[in-house]
Design a protein around this ligand. Structure first.
Ligand code: ATP
Ligand code: MG
Length: 882
């Protein structure tokens, strides 16, 4: 079977068992503060297990793009070294939400593996949870009883809490699991060592392929367990490992999932995979794995950058490029050349890559180029470090130098170690680990956030958002909790219905108040922000001591800050008009790559490869303002089937997860037609006016514009006007300000020239005067003098001019420029060579006298200081040095 058929058979099998087949959620996690990337099939269904939403069907199956390179699951360092862990992989899964349980999950898994895929039964092992006395969870008798008649006791392994008990997080749903492992070794090996003894022992051919999780408990914040009212099934099978098993290969990389990419790599590098050259093979595995992670992350909206999720992607990309550089001889960009084969391979499964092929390729190319430059400057820096160490006669590169190379220069540690080794140096591994640990501790502290359990006050089946139509609702508090953050304590409050928009799709959350009575007295709680946490709308308050009030609140009048919201609405609608105008002016390739808007401004990132010129910005601005003046009424369509909306011409943003039914925002169907959950003004006239305030680059292939509307635009224009008025006053009211400023600049240039000429004259006469003071001393000519020069630069000029007339010169000058002492030391090159004197060292020594510091080269160095009264001492000291 080909990998395509294997994937399809999985989906077909579960469709035949009444499962709804859904698409993969984007690789990049949205609306989940605990997760940067989806790292398992269940991530997109979390809310259904937490009871915050209702699934479209109680049985679901899919293939999910997963990335395990950060947080709880991080397999990065194994990838390439072993043959069955990937950064990005597909997880095939089937789910029951309060529907079937262990019996069906187990029998279907077995049926699929042995009857559809025809995997040999005698090569399969299963594990069952043995129980944990400390936790008070019993042995999973039910799973044992189900497996025994299928595989027999001798093929069952008992697993401990680490391997066989799954938890969503520190709190939340959890339960025992049953894994299925396969032994793919050659028969001779199987005959000599039993596969059972190798399960869960990191053997590359005895691997876990499928994990069946049975959720039946909930973990509370005090770590106690209570049974869940409804039980669920969550299974995950590694697609690439399944392909290895079905295609009877010894490595995931030998399957058709990776072979296409490896073939291209072989061709580009002229090296052969499997040629017994350990690092060639590792490099090809690393690269053919990493290109998938990088390509799909960019496709789903996560561009490489310097922070957070973007940094994770950048690191993966750099790891691949550096393996190519070190072991496959690629000193020019190559990584982006793998995109076409990947795009072709996945065009039916994840077409989002194919439709953005050019964009993804260019982003990777730009990243590669800049990293290759980094590699070069890192190599130079490493050279300097090693030369300095040689002088000190040691061959150990200090831990913090290694850390600095990796942290600041993006220079990978293993590369540092490798190059060091080649030059007979070693790195201080322990020192490096210490530096790394110190940094991790710092960032952990930064992220520290502690939350109590939710305190549930009433039943609810999800929040009703009424903020599209109302500024105020009468609501009830469903639950709340307290959260400690770096900026103080917060209350998180959930209501059954709310007018507060929770930050989403770039639009900031609402602020406002909650009014209610407690024991007959009226209370007001200030809401400073509203955020989405999965499907919950969390109202955030920094007010103190709310517990008593929240617990006893009656009907809550939830009221948003309308003035602020109206400005936000105008900015959101303006963003839509702007996007359509951009597509008209710049081309239809303009895709949204990020958006942020609040009551002050709107910011928009988009794919475009060159600077947007002033001319183009003006055109876009004009077009938007034209549409504002047309005063086009808003048309909202809700519950439109997504396919229909797309067919009507709505634009969807890649990496956003849309439901089956979407909301469409239209300002003139011919002009602006967008899928959007945000809030909008009733007609475009309310925007007032639209004005760009900046345009720039964010990263390769992505530009950013910022703009303002309405009152804010007026305010900014007024500020500019005021600046002009002030300028005019300063210039004594000329008719033409521009001409007046040009005249001033011209005058300035002329004056500058005259000053330079005068200074030069002064230095020339000073030089003549100083020539008399040169004394010959031993084999060189020495002058040490306090001089009066116009600028610190003059000391250099003076020294260089003297050099032309005096051989074997050593010149030390001190001066005061604007109250600050300056010292220069000049030593003729041949004196440096013959005497070993070093101007840099000498000036550092002298600088102490003027309470300053400095440096430079062996033949010329300067220092500045803060204590001019020490200048004479410094020069006196200099006399003693020669
Ligand atoms: P392992 O112990 O092999 O790392 P796991 O216990 O981390 O696996 P689960 O979290 O149970 O795995 O994930 C379910 C399935 O996903 C596994 O049975 C395996 O087939 C697959 N899988 C897990 N991690 C990876 C990975 N990094 N690359 C490829 N497949 C993976
Ligand atoms: Mg793992």
């Amino acid at each position: 079977m080909t990998s395509h058929q294997i994937r399809q058979s999985f989906l077909d099998f579960f469709r035949s068992k009444d499962h709804l087949i859904v698409p993969s959620a984007p690789l990049v996690a949205k609306n989940d503060p605990t997760l940067m990337f989806n790292n398992s099939g269940m991530a997109q269904f979390k809310d259904f297990f937490l009871g915050n939403g209702t699934p479209p069907s109680r049985r679901i199956a899919d293939t999910q793009k997963c990335l395990r390179v950060s947080g709880k699951h991080n397999d990065l360092e194994d990838v390439g070294f072993d043959t069955y862990h990937h950064t990005m992989f597909e997880m095939l899964g089937n789910w029951s939400f309060g529907d079937y349980f262990k019996k069906e999950a187990i029998t279907w898994a077995w049926e699929l593996l042995t009857e559809v895929y025809k995997l040999p039964k005698e090569r399969l092992y299963v594990s069952v949870f043995e129980g944990d006395a400390k936790d008070g969870v019993p042995f999973d008798q039910e799973a044992w009883d189900l497996w025994v008649p299928i595989v027999g006791e001798e093929r069952i392994i008992l697993g401990n809490k680490k391997d066989n008990f799954w938890e969503m997080g520190d709190t939340g749903p959890c339960g025992p699991c049953s894994e299925i492992h396969i032994d793919l070794r050659p028969q001779a090996d199987v005959d000599s060592i039993s596969g059972k003894s190798l399960v869960n022992n990191d053997h590359p051919q005895v691997v876990e392929i499928w994990n069946l999780v049975f959720m039946q408990f909930e973990r509370k914040a005090d770590s106690s367990l209570i049974p869940l009212p409804a039980t669920h099934v969550d299974t995950g099978m590694g697609f690439e490992r399944l392909c290895m098993a079905v295609q009877a290969k010894m490595s995931n990389y030998d399957t058709d999932v990776f072979q296409n990419t490896i073939k291209v790599l072989e061709k580009l590098s002229g090296k052969t995979y499997g040629s017994d050259e350990p690092f060639t093979d590792i490099a090809m595995r690393v690269i053919s794995d990493h290109i998938r992670a990088v390509a799909f992350a960019i496709t789903d909206g996560q561009l490489p950058s310097n922070v957070k999720a973007g940094y994770v992607i950048r690191r993966i990309l750099r790891r691949a490029v550096r393996y190519g550089y070190s072991y496959l001889g690629f000193s020019e960009p190559f990584f982006h050349k793998l995109i076409p084969v990947l795009s072709e391979q996945f065009k039916d499964v994840f077409p989002e890559l194919t439709s953005q092929e050019e964009f993804v390729t260019r982003v990777i190319l730009e990243e590669e180029k800049s990293f290759l430059r980094t590699l070069e400057s890192g190599l130079k820096r490493l050279d300097i470090i090693m030369t300095a160490l040689k002088e000190k006669e040691t061959n150990v590169i200090a831990g913090d130098e290694v850390f600095e190379l990796s942290d600041t220069f993006g220079f990978p540690v293993d590369l540092t170690a490798l190059i060091a080794r080649e030059k007979s140096f070693i790195i201080d591994e322990i020192g490096f680990q210490d530096a790394l640990a110190a940094q991790k501790a710092r960032s952990r502290q930064d992220a520290a956030k502690e939350a109590t359990d939710w305190i549930e006050l009433r039943e609810s089946d999800g929040v009703e958002f009424l903020g599209y139509d109302f500024e105020e609702t009468h609501s009830h508090i469903v639950k709340y909790r307290k959260v400690k953050t770096k900026t103080g304590d917060e209350y998180h409050i959930v209501l059954d219905r709310t007018p507060f928009y929770a930050e989403m799709g770039g639009q900031v959350g609402d602020t406002g108040t909650l009014h209610f009575n407690v024991h007959g007295e009226s209370r007001v709680v200030n809401i400073i922000d509203t955020k989405k946490e999965n499907d919950l709308f969390v109202h955030i308050s920094k007010d103190k001591n709310l517990d008593e009030a929240l617990q006893n609140a009656g009907i809550v009048v939830a009221h948003i800050n309308e003035e602020r919201r109206n400005k936000i609405k105008a900015n959101h609608s303006a963003t839509h008009l702007m996007l359509s105008s951009m597509r008209e002016v710049l081309g239809t390739h303009i895709g949204q790559k990020g958006s942020y808007l609040n009551d002050e401004l709107l910011r928009f990132d988009f794919s475009h490869f060159s600077k947007v010129t002033d001319e183009e910005l003006k055109k876009i601005e004009d077009r938007v303002n034209e549409k504002i003046r047309e005063n086009i009424p808003l048309k909202v369509m809700t519950n439109v089937p997504i396919q229909e909306a797309i067919a009507m011409g709505a634009t969807a943003t890649f990496g956003e997860k849309y439901g089956d039914f979407v909301r469409v925002i239209i300002f003139d169907p011919e002009f602006s037609f967008e899928l959007c959950g945000g809030t909008h003004i009733p007609s475009t006239g309310e925007i007032g006016v639209f004005k760009f305030i900046s345009e720039g680059s964010v990263s390769a292939g992505v530009r950013r514009v910022e703009a303002v509307t309405g009152e804010k635009a007026l305010e900014i224009m007024r500020q500019q006007e005021e600046t002009l008025v002030q300028l005019k006053d300063l210039l004594k009211g000329p008719k033409d300000i521009v001409k007046a400023v040009e005249n001033l600049l011209e005058e300035r240039t002329q004056l500058q020239k005259r000053i330079e000429a005068l200074e030069n004259e002064k230095i020339q006469s000073l030089k003549l005067h100083l020539l008399d003071k040169v004394k010959s001393y031993q084999s060189f000519n020495l002058i040490i003098e306090k001089v009066n020069v116009p600028s610190a630069d003059s000391l250099k000029q003076l020294s260089y001019e003297l050099r032309e007339q005096v051989e074997n010169l050593i010149a030390v000058f001190g001066t005061e420029v604007a109250g600050k002492p300056q010292i220069s030391v000049f030593i003729a090159e041949n004196v440096v060579q013959s005497s070993g004197l070093n101007a840099g060292n000498i000036v550092k020594d002298l600088a102490r006298e003027i309470r300053g510091g400095g440096g430079g080269q062996p033949f010329f160095a300067t220092a500045g200081g803060s204590d001019a009264s020490g200048l004479d001492n410094a020069l006196e000291k200099a006399k003693g040095l020669f």
